[in-house]
Design a protein around this ligand. Structure first.
Ligand SMILES: [Fe+2]
Length: 243
């Protein structure tokens, strides 16, 4: 499996607080079957985490990757960000101050949980018009999506892909997020499941249970598509097979 949404880079946001904790997260992820993780610190959050991309972030990834080799933890980290679509997000992306998942055509994007749908669609249209394929992080947590059963279809018709959180299908974000995630899964509107992990203790990167749930509730092939095949296609900047 591959994880395209994980706050494993230490000291940058509300995720890992230290290199030791990052290594613990990687170890836990590996024990759950994950082989590749794209690091996705919160970025461009209005009034909060700015995290414009800089060489120090690449150095941190390199350091962590070398520590993983030393510790014989067979997992590889790749650069990325979870981009909050606030002020100037598109200009920052075009200028390289914000980056996509492993520098591919796929940016991981998030919004305010209560942002109006019209504003979300407008921002995503701008991204698509620049040739990006937006990966919308945790759509099941957004009010506009829960209020409009056709919203997910609209997003995918615009050229976006949808990434739900493993915690949502495990009930960790409440009944509304659980129901929305199940609705998306039931209707084959999900493209990826990712951990959105923040620590080795709560909101962890352990994906095995969520994989089993999807495999048993839907099918093994659907689970493999969402956890392995599509996520690898993103990391390798390939097309998603059915898009
Ligand atoms: Fe996140």
């Amino acid at each position: 499996m591959n994880d395209i949404h994980c706050h494993i880079l230490y000291g940058l946001d509300d995720g890992s607080v230290s290199i030791e904790e990052s290594l613990e997260m990687a170890k836990l992820a590996r024990s759950g079957g994950t082989k590749r993780i794209v690091v996705t610190p919160h970025s461009n959050v209005t009034g909060s985490y700015r995290n414009m991309w800089c060489p120090e972030f690449s150095d941190m990834i390199e350091l962590l990757n070398s520590r993983l080799v030393e510790k014989d933890i067979d997992i590889a980290l790749y650069p990325g960000q979870e981009i909050f679509c606030g002020d100037n997000f598109l200009n920052h992306l075009l200028e390289g101050k914000l980056i996509t998942l492993n520098n591919t055509r796929y940016p991981l994007v998030e919004f305010d949980f209560y942002e109006h749908s019209a504003s979300v669609y407008m921002k995503l249209k701008k991204l698509v018009s620049e040739g990006y394929v937006p990966v919308v992080a945790h759509p099941e947590r957004y009010a506009f999506l829960r209020e409009d059963e056709t919203a997910a279809i609209k997003l995918r018709n615009m050229g976006c892909l949808l990434q739900i959180n493993k915690g949502s299908i495990q009930g960790n974000f409440g009944r509304n997020a659980y129901n929305a995630a199940r609705f998306l899964l039931d209707n084959s509107l999900v493209d990826f499941v990712a951990s959105d992990a923040h620590s080795p203790y709560m909101r962890t990167p352990f994906l095995a249970e969520a994989f089993e749930f999807v495999a048993e509730t839907y099918s093994f092939d659907y689970a493999a598509l969402l956890f392995s095949e599509n996520t690898l296609a993103v990391i390798e900047n390939r097309d998603i097979s059915y898009v």
